[in-house]
Write a protein that binds this ligand. Structure first.
Ligand code: ZN
Length: 76
């Protein structure tokens, strides 16, 4: 009877170890993916104040001037 209980505890220990390994790895993966998503937005420089603004902005959030339309590659 003791043998069955021991193997059950062993599988739990294995699961805990797997979780301990997978949890930080998953977190790192999520952080990297999130950073890729936020940095994938193409930026350009405002003609009026020189601030970095996303290309999809029609008005500069820093100086309020309308930005010049640029050739933006269409997103698939
Ligand atoms: Zn500006």
């Amino acid at each position: 009877m003791a043998g069955g209980k021991k193997s059950f505890q062993g599988s739990i220990l294995l699961l805990v170890i797997l979780l301990l390994i997978c949890f930080p790895a998953g977190l790192i993966y999520l952080v990297i993916k999130w950073e890729e998503d936020t940095t994938s937005v193409p930026m350009r420089t405002c003609m009026s104040c020189g601030a970095n603004i996303p290309v999809n902005y029609n008005v500069c959030p820093h100086c309020g001037k309308a930005t010049m339309p640029e050739q933006v590659p269409p997103q698939a």
